[in-house]
Each structure stands twice: as structure tokens, then as C-alpha cells.
Design a protein around this ligand. Structure first.
Ligand code: AMP
Ligand code: GLY
Length: 451
């Protein structure tokens, strides 16, 4: 098979490296790709949201499959456009990608089908939203833009002032354009977060190994939300009991709900979960692989990704063996100083070999360029340094050792990736903060719903 992957980040690099392991795969193409990806796949300069451009490129390359990895082209209908021209694809069609493309859609879906999630209300005018905020008078409260907002459309407002200002900028000032003309105001939930990516063809759903993202820019979860500063897999909070409950109450009901709505989901459905004292709840759905979750999940896959993609396209996922390696995988993101706000590009990266790699780790490139034998920075998140080992501590030590070998001006990474997961493992499996939340809930309600 020759496969074209659409996208340009660490996630796409991870997809390409896993596809490269498959005996079925001959040639890998990526558009637009990045410096690191270009060392393993032929890259083109068609942008990831340029639907006509990607269709034209596919006509030129005639690949056996096109994998659409990022959210925007999926929500815009790139898979539909490719299928209309007869291409085999991986990724949901537009009418299913709406599960990420509209928070209002996903919240209404969960309400209609009884899938556990935070309580919410929807507003399209700021006056009623402000009135509701004042009536509720409960903080923190969560304000979410309905549509895609580059991962920045969620505000956790600590008080009335912040909440009112968030709805006004979103609805009145169109902070995220039409994406924020409607907002969801949501109950604030507590508990550890778990990312579960799943393969599904609409008939079968196969959860991948769980993972934990670290979204804030700085150590101890301080600073702004980012696309993700590091990940570990598996996530120690995702115990077998939790997994069972998620399958029964969340994963299967979601697949069934999408089918019942005539919006069968085919591709990777990402469940962003919070393990609250009342049990696991959905924080968000993504219609694609997560970034940087993919960088720790796919290396743990003991299976053939090209075969899985093909089987999903042919609706026979249940026939494919999918297993997971034991041990842990960790990814530390190295970012440009100033990310996620303002940062320089074009800085020379030291320490990488001609493939963009260092010893004893795999370096997934997120934002790099490669020219005349040199890698330079070309984005906020630049590299994802990934290792696996039998223990979480072992994998983290390897990742951080490898990080030390790579430098550039103003490079920034978190020093505490995996710290909470380690603490959780040592507390088997609930850390103290979580225990306190549970105890508060039990005191208030007299019950604890989940073993
Ligand atoms: P999202 O962009 O939807 O992933 O949201 C960003 C982050 O906001 C999540 O990873 C959570 O940490 C937090 N978040 C979103 N919704 C809620 C909620 N209802 N309660 C508490 N935290 C939330
Ligand atoms: N890491 C979160 C996401 O991909 O949305």
C-alpha cells in the first residue's frame, strides 16, 4: 500500500512511523508534513485544510489510502471529498466529525442518550448567558465555544467577572469567529483526566491503551492551556473497573448513538474523560487521534496499523487482532520559549542526527523544518521525545535523559511530566486530592457509586 497522511504535527509523525512498520506499506507520503517527517516520508506543500488541493494531490499520487489526521479538515468534510473521488480513507465523514466540531451537538447527543457528562446550558446571546451565570452563582464554572477554536475555546472561570467577560468576548466580540457565536456553560467537574483513543468502524469499538495528557504550559499545572506538553501511557487512573464502566456507559452508547442519528463514526474516536467521584464522565469528544497522546499510544500498539485502517474502511474491524505492549511509554514535549502565546521560529536545533533523532529515544517532530542538513524550529510545540520501558519511572528517566541532549535558544519543556501518574501509582491508584474529592462527595451524598 502507498499511503498519504494529511497533517503536520507530532501526531502525524507517530502515525507515519507506525505505518512504516507494516509489511503492507510500500511508500508513505505526507502533506504538508514537517522537517522530521520529511526524513521518513515524501512531503508536499499542500496545506492540511486545503480540500481541493489534497484531492488534487491524491489524484496525482494515486495512494491506496488517505489518512486525514487533524480536526479542521475532518470537520470541513475532507473525507467526503476524497471518497467522492473514489479514494479509500481513514477518518470520519463530516456528519460524524461534528462530534468534535460542535460542542452543542455533542452535549445534546450525550443528554439524549444518557451518556454521563457535566450538566450544561446553551446560549447564543450574551444577556441570557450573563443572567444564567448570575443566577447560578457557582464557581468555578466552565464556558466553551461551540465550534473549533484551536484548543483555546474552553475557559474555566473562577468568578463572576471572569465568566461574564468570557461569554462577552466569545458571543459579542466573536473571539473565535463563528465558532464562538454560541457557547455552552457547563458544570465544573473534578477528578483526574484520562484520554482514551479508540478505533471504530461503527460496528466494533476497540479502545486503545489509555493515556494522560499535561495540558498546561508550566510545571504543577500552572500557566495557560496548550495543545499538550507531554503524555504518559497507560494512565494509572484508568483501572480495569473504570475501563469496564466506560465501555458500558460511554463507548458503546456513543457509537450506538451516532448510528441512531445516521452519523456512523468511522476512524479514531477520542474520549476525553474525567474520573469524577460520581464515576467517569465525558469532558469532550475528538474526532481524531490526540496530540501528543498518539505519540505514546501508537508505539505501544502490538499490531499492524495499516491493516487496522483498511479493516475500518471495510467495516470488518472485529476481525483484526489488536494487542498492546506491556510497560509504559512517555513523551516530553520540547516547545519554543513563550509558547502558547508568542515565540520565535527559525532557531537552529542542536543535538539531532540527520534523521532528526537522538540515541535511546524516538523524537517525534511537531514543528520543525529541515534544510541543508539542519533542523530549525517552526512552531510552538517543536519535538516530542518519546521512550518506553517496563516501569513509568524508567520511561520518564529515558525521555528526560534524551531531552538533555537537544538544545536551542529559549527551549522550554515541563520537568514534571508523569509526576502525577507516578504519585497515583504509589497511592494505588488514587492520589490525595482525588481521595479528598471522593470523601467530600460521599459525605454529601452518603454513597459512592463506583468500586
Ligand atoms: P477541552 O479543550 O475541551 O479539552 O478542555 C480543556 C480542559 O478544560 C480539559 O482538559 C479540562 O482540564 C478542562 N475542562 C473542560 N471541561 C471541564 C469541566 N466541565 N469541568 C472541569 N474541567 C473542565
Ligand atoms: N491532546 C489533546 C488533543 O489532542 O486534543
Amino acid at each position: 500500500m502507498n499511503i498519504l497522511v494529511v497533517g503536520s504535527g507530532g501526531r502525524e509523525h507517530a502515525i507515519i512511523m507506525k505505518l512504516a512498520e507494516s509489511e503492507k506499506v510500500d511508500k508513505l507520503y505526507c502533506t504538508p508534513g514537517n522537517g522530521g517527517i520529511s526524513r521518513y516520508a515524501e512531503c508536499f506543500d499542500v496545506g492540511a485544510t486545503d480540500i481541493e488541493g489534497v484531492v488534487a494531490l491524491a489524484k496525482k499520487l494515486a495512494p491506496d489510502m488517505v489518512v486525514v489526521a487533524p480536526d479542521d479538515p475532518l470537520v470541513l468534510g475532507m473525507v467526503d471529498a476524497l471518497q467522492a473521488e473514489g479514494f479509500r480513507t481513514f477518518g470520519p465523514k463530516k456528519n460524524a466529525a461534528i462530534i468534535e466540531g460542535s460542542k452543542v451537538f455533542s452535549k445534546e447527543l450525550m443528554k439524549k442518550y444518557g451518556i454521563p457528562t457535566a450538566g450544561y446550558e446553551v446560549f447564543s446571546d450574551s444577556e441570557s448567558a450573563v443572567k444564567y451565570i448570575k443566577e447560578q452563582n457557582t464557581y468555578p464554572t466552565v464556558i466553551k465555544a461551540d465550534g473549533l477554536a484551536l484548543g483555546k475555546g474552553v475557559i474555566l472561570a473562577q468568578n463572576e467577572e471572569e465568566a461574564v467577560s468570557a461569554v462577552k468576548s466569545m458571543i459579542d466580540d466573536r473571539q473565535f469567529g463563528e465558532s464562538s457565536s454560541t457557547v455552552v456553560i457547563e458544570e465544573y467537574l473534578t477528578g483526574p483526566e484520562v484520554s482514551v483513543l479508540s478505533f471504530t468502524d461503527g460496528k466494533t469499538v476497540v479502545p486503545m491503551i489509555s493515556s494522560m495528557d499535561h495540558k498546561r504550559a508550566y510545571d504543577n499545572d500552572e500557566g495557560l492551556n496548550t495543545g499538550g506538553m507531554g503524555t504518559v501511557a497507560p494512565n494509572p487512573y484508568y483501572t480495569e473497573a473504570v475501563a469496564k464502566e466506560c465501555m458500558e456507559k460511554i463507548f458503546l452508547p456513543t457509537i450506538n448513538a451516532m448510528n441512531a442519528e445516521g452519523r456512523t463514526f468511522e476512524g479514531c474516536l477520542y474520549f476525553g474523560l474525567m474520573i469524577t467521584p460520581k464515576g467517569p464522565m465525558v469532558i469532550e469528544y475528538n474526532c481524531r487521534f490526540g496530540d501528543p497522546e498518539t505519540q505514546v499510544v501508537l508505539p505501544m500498539l502490538d499490531g499492524d496499523l495499516a491493516e487496522i485502517f483498511e479493516a475500518i474502511y471495510e467495516h470488518r474491524l472485529s476481525e483484526v487482532p489488536i494487542k498492546w505492549k506491556s510497560g509504559y511509554c512517555t513523551c516530553v514535549v520540547m516547545a519554543s520559549g513563550g509558547y502558547p502565546v508568542k515565540y520565535e521560529k527559525g532557531l537552529e536545533i542542536n543535538g539531532l542526527d540527520e534523521k532528526g533523532q537522538v540515541e535511546n529515544a524516538f523524537v517525534y517532530h511537531a514543528g520543525t523544518k529541515f534544510k541543508d542538513g539542519t533542523f530549525t524550529t517552526n512552531g510552538g510545540r517543536v519535538l516530542g521525545v518519546t521512550c518506553n520501558a517496563l516501569t513509568l519511572q524508567g520511561a520518564l528517566d529515558k525521555s528526560y535523559d534524551a531531552v538533555k541532549k537537544i538544545t536551542w535558544k529559549d527551549e522550554h519543556h515541563r520537568k514534571d511530566i508523569g509526576a502525577r501518574a507516578l504519585k497515583a501509582l504509589n497511592n494505588d491508584p488514587l492520589d490525595l486530592e482525588y481521595k479528598q474529592d471522593m470523601e467530600d462527595y460521599i459525605e454529601e451524598n452518603g454513597v459512592y457509586l463506583r468500586q
